[in-house]
Design a protein around this ligand. Structure first.
Ligand code: CDP
Length: 207
């Protein structure tokens, strides 16, 4: 079984994806990590993130070891990721790896922005996880505060809105709900309730 989970930043897709994978005994790929690693490598090498040729070369040379960096989960890497993710060459370089991962038995849950639309258009189940920008910003702010990082809510909200805008309006595989995806709005749901709703979608959506 292949489950595609897409949606904007901090909507809860990562948490849902991890729990679904555990529940169904599937592999899990956080595809955002690939773009984060490319952004980080380019920044570390002093390369221009807006240069599609340089970005494509870094994407084609990406190695599994490049993903083993705790810093990739942070805010800065998210911003770098969104900038390199606009390049068609970067996206193309990552397609085969993601499809091979999805097809490897026993199947997988992949979360990202274009899984249901571009990477796995034939996924057994597609879920588009969303929530209001204000609730997403509140969650991110609380997460950061819990780690002792005091970042103002307004700043996080502005970053989320900027990232939504860039991800939704790029020409290469923009963030959008696939026609056959089920929308899961987590604005009023906690993590447990969102997971229960996701299970119900999977159970209804595959045979
Ligand atoms: O957890 P969060 O949603 O903040 O970040 P992420 O899923 O790691 O994605 C970081 C950035 O990578 C996004 O803002 C997208 O620009 C890009 N991305 C993408 O374009 N396609 C994917 N399949 C996954 C991430």
């Amino acid at each position: 079984m292949i489950i595609a989970i897409d949606g904007p930043a901090a909507a809860g897709k990562g948490t849902i994806a991890v729990k679904l994978a555990r529940h169904y005994g599937l592999n899990h790929l956080d595809t955002g990590l690939l773009y984060r690693a490319i952004g980080r490598l380019m920044a570390d090498q002093g390369l221009d993130l807006d240069d599609p040729v340089a970005a494509g070369a870094v994407a084609r040379a990406l190695k599994p070891a490049d993903l083993q960096n705790a810093e990739l989960r942070g805010r800065e890497a998210g911003e770098l990721a969104s900038r390199v993710a606009v390049h068609a060459d970067v996206r193309a370089a990552l397609v085969d790896f993601q499809r091979d991962f999805a097809r490897t038995p026993p199947g997988a849950v992949l979360d990202g922005r274009d899984i249901g639309t571009a990477i796995c258009p034939d996924a057994d189940v597609k879920i588009f996880v969303t929530a209001s920008p204000e609730v997403r910003a509140r969650r991110r702010t609380d997460e950061l505060n819990a780690k002792g990082r005091d970042v103002p809510y307004e700043r996080i909200l502005a970053e989320i809105l900027e990232r939504d805008e860039r991800d939704s309006h790029r020409s290469a595989a923009p963030l959008r709900q696939a026609d056959d995806a089920v929308r899961l709005d987590t604005t009023a749901l906690d993590a447990e309730a969102a997971f229960a709703a996701a299970i119900a979608i999977v159970e209804a959506g595959h045979d």
